[in-house]
Design a protein around this ligand. Structure first.
Ligand SMILES: *[C@@H]1O[C@H](CO)[C@@H](O)[C@H](O)[C@H]1NC(C)=O
Ligand SMILES: *[C@@H]1O[C@H](CO)[C@@H](O)[C@H](O)[C@H]1NC(C)=O
Ligand SMILES: *[C@@H]1O[C@H](CO)[C@@H](O)[C@H](O)[C@H]1NC(C)=O
Length: 355
């Protein structure tokens, strides 16, 4: 008896609760608007992909840059954060002057050489990036470039598309990865992950870094430290550049360094900024000073059509795809949100970039 009473009671109450819920939602919605962020258009070329919009919209109202440009007065005072993704939206002085309540510029990705951090800080605005979360994907693409270049995958694919037969010319032979020597320049988190992967391919691993790693860390991946970069360049079959761009690494690899490499050597660049002197590289590849190059990044990006690097058959050029996976992109966007939320709540963000 009391059971059916309860049921009746519940039936009666549900609509009331629901009604109250709706009212409350409407109320909170009105009083607690989500903070506004300015971002490159979602889904537009160069913008944050539409699939990640819910991650951001859970916490923020997105003002796409195109809308902002057309309606600056409407949004300027409200925008609290700028999400930089790719090159389409520039967090330069002219933009910052328009946003009096801006608190943070969050960069999707690690490299921030496109941001003038002291200038941005001078507006009382913090800069954050998304380190760590890109490490796996970046190390993976380093190995992908190494393997693709060594085994001439692009040549083989094109051959399949353009030839009926199977008779491969002599020049199509690749070079073994197993047993070859890999020299890693820059043994930070990403460099170390490259070493781990290369260990699985039974490569000999050399590395050069400002600071030597602990003996047990070296042992764990079977890596040998080279005091000088020269030693590494001379002994390696594959040289992978994994350093950050800094005044010390600007044009770290020039004509002199390329000349030290084996004539059968391959240079793989997953680094940042103008770490490799590109003109010297073109020259070295054309004259056969080194055998091949595989680059995730170039200067400028993208390379102009007809650039000599694009004409060379022994070069692989990717359009900066190091972190370009579904999982890593999603985690990067989540990390951007975490950083922005921290700054807006007055807390120290996990990934503030300071100079
Ligand atoms: C890299 O991938 C491994 C395996 O999924 C995971 O345990 C680790 O947390 C990842 N590291 C980073 C920095 O994302
Ligand atoms: C693909 O193969 C064809 C036929 O050998 C050749 O003419 C063309 O240049 C190749 N394209 C590339 C991108 O290598
Ligand atoms: C090496 O990579 C960086 C970006 O990661 C790029 O800016 C630089 O120009 C690259 N060098 C070459 C020769 O591709």
């Amino acid at each position: 008896m009391s059971g059916s009473h309860k049921t009746l009671h519940l039936l009666f109450r549900v609509p009331l609760l629901l009604r109250r819920g709706i009212q409350q939602n409407a109320f909170t919605h009105r009083t607690m608007e989500k903070p506004y962020i300015l971002a490159t258009a979602l889904g537009a070329p160069g913008g944050i992909y539409q699939v990640f919009a819910p991650v951001i919209e859970k916490h923020f109202t997105i003002v796409p840059n195109e809308e902002f440009v057309q309606n600056r007065e409407l949004f300027a005072d409200k925008i609290r954060a700028v999400f930089v993704w790719g090159g389409a939206l520039k967090a330069d002085r002219s933009l910052l002057l328009l946003l009096p309540n801006l608190k943070v510029v969050v960069n999707g990705g690690v490299g921030v050489d496109h941001l003038d951090i002291p200038m941005i800080n001078s507006f009382g605005v913090k800069v954050c990036n998304t380190p760590h979360v890109v490490d796996n994907a970046t190390a993976d693409i380093g190995m992908a470039l190494l393997l693709a270049s060594a085994r001439k995958l692009l040549y083989g694919h094109n051959f399949s598309l353009t030839h009926e037969g199977q008779d491969l010319p002599e020049s199509s032979m690749g070079t073994d990865v197993s047993g070859a020597t890999l020299g890693i320049i820059g043994m930070g988190r990403i460099g170390y992950k490259v070493a781990k992967r290369a260990q699985g391919f039974e490569m000999k691993i050399l590395y050069h870094n400002r600071n030597r790693r602990k003996a047990e860390e070296e042992r764990a991946v079977g890596a040998r430290y080279c005091e000088t970069m020269d030693e590494l360049l001379r002994e390696s079959d594959f040289v992978m550049v994994v350093v950050n761009l800094s005044p010390q690494t600007h044009k770290l690899i020039g004509a002199k360094e390329l000349a030290m490499m084996k004539p059968t050597g391959t240079l793989i660049n997953i680094s940042r900024g103008l770490v490799v002197d590109q003109d010297a590289l073109v020259d070295a590849l054309q004259r056969g000073v080194i055998q091949a190059a595989a680059l995730d990044v170039t200067y400028p990006e993208p390379l102009p059509r007809g650039h000599p690097l694009l004409e060379l058959p022994n070069v692989i050029v990717l359009p900066h795809m190091g972190t370009h996976t579904v999982e890593t992109s999603q985690v990067m966007v989540e990390r951007m949100v975490t950083n922005a939320l921290a700054v807006l709540s007055g807390a120290q963000p996990p990934d503030e970039v300071k100079v």
